[in-house]
Design a protein around this ligand. Structure first.
Ligand SMILES: *[C@@H]1O[C@H](CO)[C@@H](O)[C@H](O)[C@H]1NC(C)=O
Ligand SMILES: *[C@@H]1O[C@H](CO)[C@@H](O)[C@H](O)[C@H]1NC(C)=O
Ligand SMILES: *[C@@H]1O[C@H](CO)[C@@H](O)[C@H](O)[C@H]1NC(C)=O
Ligand SMILES: *[C@@H]1O[C@H](CO)[C@@H](O)[C@H](O)[C@H]1NC(C)=O
Ligand SMILES: *[C@@H]1O[C@H](CO)[C@@H](O)[C@H](O)[C@H]1NC(C)=O
Length: 480
């Protein structure tokens, strides 16, 4: 009898271990605004190797969806803001659904679960540009999904920034949450439509941005480890801004008459560079608080239980706009090359483990571009650095960032190298009017990486096309 129990316990343990390989509520955002992109197949392997079962995209790119085919990973495809206007036309919306959703709906196809209609379209800084088009686009897309017969399991949603709701200034408590007055009526109609279709509300919540944007914000309140003075609200003690923010939304939904609408967190994460608060230590602290809550299905005081969340983001993207701040290019849980940046335990046990890095990544040669110390005329140095930093990523040089400690020559070399790598190490890209030179010496420092770029998919394709072409020529020549 005892042996039976042992066997049973063993089986249970193995089952738990296998189960632990994937994390139920956890997804990631896969953005692709990088100068050199990892091949989509490499990224899909990366997701699988780490047990990540859900991915949120910002478009419906064919090569991405091709790589996701047969993976069974749950996918949120997206319609960018720029295409919302076109979706006013129901025929166009139908066509879109046909080309980007139902086309992949077969055994061994893509497991599409959601269509994101726009991305944070009501952001205050857009000045209302997408206010007229978003809801009609949402309706057309969901109706087209319904008409195509997939509406039961593919839901249209609109990822919204947390700035669509707020608490009034006089009563800054989560329970007082309401939709922003200028979009209030619109939001109420929108959540009504979502509710009718059993579609979830999607919100992006960024404790980092609360800290970044509000001088005097209590640092500990951005994290989950309880150092902050709690905020009391109707007998609830809020100890972190994530819960408070999420519950402000729950209250806003309730006030609009849809208190039970499911909520997905479309983006949540912490950047590792580009600001004094954007660093590895803070990112580790944030995720060590967040991940156990996801696996334990902790939820928030007003919504205990499982909350589906998508980390932002998967990879660093060195071609994103820096309008929000220099940190914008450093949100990845992986570096630009798919290698992990810091210890992270997706199973929520906070073991000191690293994620599995991308396999078979191909890098350019081990060579860097640096300032030429023998250059006679340095009067054009500044404009050359500016040129380099306009077309390549220099965000690691700013105040509070990993390369801020470099001396002025180091600064120049960093900019030159970044540009040189972005240009696929084209030798002409390491000239800068004679101010630059090539070096085989790794000029990185302890804190600042002078990176070697990866071979981008396009370049690899070009190389392999050229190779097949040459091979064909050689074969022709020798008559084989
Ligand atoms: C939808 O699919 C078409 C055909 O593959 C493609 O041209 C278009 O870019 C896709 N839309 C998005 C937003 O990716
Ligand atoms: C919104 O308005 C502000 C101030 O008028 C302006 O600076 C900004 O460029 C506008 N943004 C857009 C997306 O139109
Ligand atoms: C290096 O560049 C950064 C960003 O452009 C600047 O803030 C810093 O002052 C520069 N440092 C030196 C020593 O020139
Ligand atoms: C260059 O040196 C840095 C710092 O020692 C190291 O982390 C990095 O891996 C090196 N890069 C290459 C391509 O060897
Ligand atoms: C620099 O890159 C290497 C990998 O090439 C990595 O191991 C190291 O942690 C990085 N260092 C910094 C300061 O980012």
């Amino acid at each position: 009898m005892e042996k039976m129990w042992l066997l049973f316990a063993n089986c249970l343990m193995i089952w738990v271990l296998l189960w632990g390989d994937s994390v139920e509520g956890l997804g990631v955002n896969w953005g692709t605004q990088a100068n050199h992109k990892l091949p989509p197949n490499t990224v899909v392997k990366l997701l699988k190797d780490n047990g990540i079962q859900k991915v949120k995209l910002f478009d419906a790119d064919e090569s991405t969806l091709g790589a996701l085919s047969g993976s069974n990973i749950e996918v949120m495809v997206a319609i960018p803001n720029g295409e919302l206007d076109a979706m006013q036309d129901y025929k166009r919306a139908k066509k879109w659904v046909e080309l980007n959703v139902t086309r992949y709906n077969f055994k061994g196809g893509v497991n599409i679960k959601y269509v994101a209609v726009g991305n944070e379209p009501f952001l205050k800084s857009y000045n209302g540009t997408f206010e007229k088009t978003t809801l009609p686009a949402l309706k057309n897309i969901q109706n087209a999904l319904n008409e195509a017969g997939v509406g039961d399991y593919v839901k249209a949603t609109v990822p919204l920034n947390a700035d669509v709701y707020e608490s009034p200034e006089g009563n800054p408590l989560p329970s007082a949450g309401r939709f922003r007055p200028d979009v209030g009526a619109l939001m109420t109609e929108m959540v009504g439509f979502m509710s009718q279709n059993n579609a979830p509300f999607t919100v992006n919540i960024y404790p980092f941005l609360s800290l970044y944007g509000n001088p005097g914000f209590p640092v500990d309140y951005a994290f989950f480890d309880g150092g902050a003075t709690p905020i009391a609200d109707n007998g609830i003690q809020y100890t972190n801004v994530f819960d408070a923010n999420f519950d402000t939304l729950v209250s806003a939904l309730k006030a609009a008459g849809f208190g039970n609408l499911p909520i997905i967190v479309g983006e949540v994460g912490w950047p590792t560079n580009g600001d004094v608060n954007a660093n590895i230590n803070n990112a580790v602290r944030f995720y060590r608080g967040l991940l156990p809550r996801i696996t334990a299905k902790t939820g928030t005081p007003l919504r205990p239980g499982n909350i589906e969340m998508y980390l932002f983001g998967l990879l660093d993207e060195d071609a994103k706009t820096v309008a929000p701040g220099n940190f914008e290019r450093h949100w990845g849980i992986f570096r630009y090359d798919g290698q992990p940046k810091f210890p992270m335990d997706l199973s929520g046990q906070n073991r000191d483990v690293y994620l599995v890095g991308a396999k078979d990544v191909q890098y350019l040669e081990n060579q860097w571009c640096e300032i030429n110390p023998n250059a006679k005329d340095t009067s054009k140095l500044t404009e050359n650095v500016e040129y380099a930093c306009t077309f390549a990523d220099c965000t690691a040089l700013g105040y509070g960032s990993s390369c801020h400690g470099l001396d002025s020559n180091g600064n120049v070399s960093y900019a030159f190298n970044s540009y040189f790598q972005t240009q696929n190490q084209n030798l002409e890209a390491c000239n800068f009017q004679g101010l630059a030179r090539l070096t085989l010496r790794n000029i990185s420092t302890d804190t600042c990486n002078f990176t070697i770029q990866i071979k981008s998919s396009a370049l690899r394709n070009a190389v392999s096309v050229a190779f097949s072409f040459i091979t064909a020529l050689v074969c022709l020549f020798f008559g084989v």
